[in-house]
Each structure stands twice: as structure tokens, then as C-alpha cells.
Design a protein around this ligand. Structure first.
Ligand code: GDP
Ligand code: ZN
Length: 405
């Protein structure tokens, strides 16, 4: 393999290869951490990464933040730094060794997962795969090795069934607490870039609290949030509909108005979806499937329910299904969407997701004002004056009452 100079932009293959190398390094680090656990004294050392790709490999760490007890993160970080530093020391003593061979097989994207099996999109071809036995989620704080959206390397052993040899480091991860082991997390979707919050104006009526919950969840999981108001053919007063969404637009959220029935706004939606991996969220019945069909009429929305081609009678889907768009990009429809996002969020942190409330905080009589029942609260006054949207304030109060103090 020819390496380019640092000044040139790496190709997609090279980038994947760099990620694989970073992954291997993380694996070595984790092994080292495990060994170091026996030694109570954690070596503290300033560590400055030489290679930014090492940081890519640490991307998954913030996801652990809210499932670990206070102080645990610092402990892990110091262990990780110590392990990386000593790993680099070890390496500096080594003779220059040639780069290890590129992982076997082809790169692909996981589009469905079930226990021990997954379906991988390899250059537009769907390949059913098992997982290489050595792949493990041990020490990651996660329960699943592979998730929908993961970039993987797949080898073929001459049968219909491929083997996932490596899971490349994630750029983002949508996580929720594991159902059975709540101290661990489960990755629902990896590497998604945006979350499309779909609501309908009527039938069912738009539920702003749920919209705001999803917007917070998107931001906490590192996804760009977008709002889509569907069924605008049922809107009697379009100006009122737009006014209702204006507070969100003022906060910088992009709002699309669509009708899967008339096709209004569908071109804009298609543009937004193409080239990205987008997770759809929204109540059942708001028109998510209808919108996807409007965007791409031949999209097979039943994919998740079809058993694999080798006819073993096994259904692959469990948590989420990813559908490939012709124009590039994927959409992910996940039933688990309601559960992720707000777990681990504390009452005191909520206000940061309501910048319009945050901005008024200094004007409240009490510096620790929660903006709910306190006298002299600038936020409650602003809601009465209409300067803060009542819908947004209502979401704040409802979500606040559900969170742990
Ligand atoms: P999902 O559960 O979110 O996937 O919603 P569906 O796509 O299954 O749609 C639920 C119902 O709403 C169906 O009866 C659709 O025909 C209807 N529907 C979907 N989009 C629209 C729309 O833009 N306008 C109207 N009037 N009905 C729609
Ligand atoms: Zn206040």
C-alpha cells in the first residue's frame, strides 16, 4: 500500500485503514489497562497525542460519561492516559517495524443486527455475516460488539456467509442503558450524523414536549437535529403553523414542512437525507414511512422483516434497520428511539438545552432559581409576556419533573 504525504487528503480506504490501526492501538491500551488494574498506583503523566487519529479512537468515551459514577470518569481517563503514555514509551524502544497487513476482506456498513449475526452492505450488495469470535465488547462499558451503522471489514470464506473481522472506530453512537444490565450501555445506531424529528400537525396533533425531548437527545448524542412537520395538507391556517414553529427556528433548528400526501416539501427532505445517515424519530402515525416512500418510492420498508437469503429461517432484525438511499446515505428507523437520550441527565443540566431560559437566569431574584414556582422569576414573567414560548417552557417544566435531582 502506498502512503501519501501528510499534506494530501487520504482516500476513503486509507482513512478506514487508519481507523483500523487506531482501533488496534485502543485494543492494546485496554489490555494494558487490564494489566495495570492489578497495580493500585496509577501512573499520572502528561500525555499529548502525536496523532489525531488516536483521538478519533477515543470518540466513544463521552458516551460512557453518564453511566459511570462520579469520579469514575477521571479514574478511567487517568488510566487511559497512563496506558497510552506507557504504550508510546514501549513503542519508542521498538525498532521500526513495517506496518501490519491491512485487515482481510472488504469494507462495508452494518444494516441489521441480531445476536451473533448481522447483515452488511458491501458496495450495495447485502451480505449476511457472523462475527469473528475474537471480537469482544469487554471493557468498553457497552454490551454489543456491533451495531447498525458500524463500518466493518468483512472476509468471505467461500460460502454465502461472510465474517466480520473488525469493527472500525465509531464517529458517533446513539446509546441507551442496557435492558438487563443498566450499568452498561447498548449502542442502537453507530455513525449517524443527524436525527430527523418527525411530527404531524394534526392526526396526531403535534406534541412539542416530545419534539423537545428528541432535540435534547440528538444534541446529547452528537447528532445534528432537524424537525419535520408533516401532514401540512391538513393545516387550515399555515401562518399559525409557522408561528408555532418559529421559536425553534429562532433557536437555530431547521424546520421542514412536508406532506407525504401532496408531495409538498418532499424535495427538500430528499436533499436533507441524501449523503447522510439519518435516524428518524417520531410517534407512530405521524407519517415516517409515508415520507420515506415519497422520498424514494421503491424503498423496501419491510426489509427488517424479511428472513435471510440463505433460507435458514432466521430473522435478522432486532433493534434498528438501516435503509440505503439511491442518492447516497442511509435512513434508520428504530423502535427503541424513545428510550435513549435523557437517561442520566440531571435536573441541573437541563437548562443548557433551553438557551432562551438560560439567558434570563441572571435576572431571576434567586441565583439558584429553577424557574418553576419561585417568586421574582424572570423566565415565568417572560412566558407571560410571550417573550419565551409557552410550548418550550411547558417542555422544560415537564422534562424537569421527570429528571433526577
Ligand atoms: P408512521 O407510523 O410514522 O410510519 O406513519 P405512516 O407513514 O404509517 O402514516 C400513518 C397514516 O398517516 C397513514 O394512514 C398515512 O396515509 C397517513 N399520512 C402520512 N403522511 C400523511 C400526510 O402528509 N398527509 C395526510 N393527510 N396523511 C398522511
Ligand atoms: Zn427563574
Amino acid at each position: 500500500m502506498q502512503y501519501r504525504s501528510a499534506a494530501t487528503v487520504p482516500t476513503r480506504e486509507e482513512r478506514r485503514w487508519q481507523h483500523f490501526e487506531a482501533n488496534k492501538q485502543m485494543h492494546a491500551v485496554r489490555k494494558k489497562i487490564k494489566r495495570n488494574r492489578k497495580d493500585k498506583r496509577v501512573r499520572r503523566k502528561e500525555w499529548i497525542p502525536e496523532n489525531l487519529d488516536d483521538l478519533d479512537a477515543l470518540d466513544a468515551l463521552p458516551q460512557l460519561e453518564r453511566v459511570v459514577p462520579l469520579g469514575e470518569r477521571e479514574r478511567r481517563e487517568s488510566m487511559m492516559s497512563a496506558a497510552l503514555a506507557s504504550l508510546q514509551e514501549d513503542r519508542s524502544c521498538e525498532d521500526e517495524t513495517p506496518p501490519s497487513p491491512q485487515p482481510p476482506g472488504q469494507s462495508g456498513v452494518v444494516v441489521e443486527v441480531s445476536s451473533g449475526l448481522c447483515r452488511v452492505d458491501v458496495n450495495g450488495r447485502s451480505q449476511l455475516c457472523s462475527l469473528r469470535g475474537s471480537l469482544s465488547a469487554e471493557d468498553t462499558g457497552l454490551t454489543n460488539v456491533v451495531a447498525v451503522g458500524d463500518d466493518v471489514m468483512v472476509s468471505s470464506n467461500g460460502t454465502d456467509r461472510g465474517v466480520v473481522e473488525a469493527v472500525l472506530p465509531r464517529r458517533s453512537a446513539l446509546v441507551r442503558p442496557d435492558v438487563f444490565r443498566s450499568h452498561l450501555s447498548q449502542v442502537i445506531v453507530a455513525n449517524a450524523e443527524q436525527l430527523l424529528v418527525v411530527a404531524s400537525w394534526r392526526e396526531p396533533a403535534i406534541w412539542f414536549e416530545l419534539v423537545d425531548r428528541y432535540l435534547i437527545a440528538a444534541q446529547r448524542n452528537g447528532l445534528a437535529p432537524l424537525i419535520c412537520v408533516n401532514k401540512i395538507d391538513l393545516v387550515q391556517d399555515m401562518a399559525a403553523c409557522q408561528r408555532a414553529l418559529q421559536p425553534h427556528r429562532d433557536l437555530g433548528f431547521r424546520v421542514l414542512f412536508t406532506s407525504a400526501l401532496t408531495g409538498q416539501g418532499v424535495d427538500e427532505l430528499r436533499d436533507v437525507l441524501h449523503g447522510n445517515t439519518t435516524v428518524l424519530a417520531g410517534l407512530s402515525g405521524v407519517g415516517k414511512s409515508s415520507l420515506l416512500t415519497a422520498v424514494q418510492p421503491d424503498l423496501d420498508l419491510r426489509t427488517g422483516r424479511v428472513s435471510d437469503q440463505s433460507n435458514e429461517g432466521r430473522h435478522v432484525t432486532t433493534q434498528a434497520t438501516m435503509l440505503r438511499l439511491k442518492g447516497g446515505g442511509y435512513v434508520v428507523d428504530t423502535p427503541g428511539i424513545r428510550e435513549f437520550g435523557l437517561g442520566g441527565l440531571h435536573q441541573g443540566e437541563l437548562v443548557q438545552y433551553f438557551p432562551e431560559i438560560c439567558a434570563l437566569q441572571p435576572q431571576c431574584r434567586f441565583s439558584n432559581c429553577l424557574h418553576i414556582h419561585e417568586p421574582g422569576c424572570a423566565v415565568q414573567m417572560a412566558v407571560q409576556d410571550g417573550a419565551v414560548a409557552a410550548t418550550r417552557y411547558h417542555s422544560y417544566v415537564k422534562i424537569h419533573s421527570d429528571l433526577a435531582s
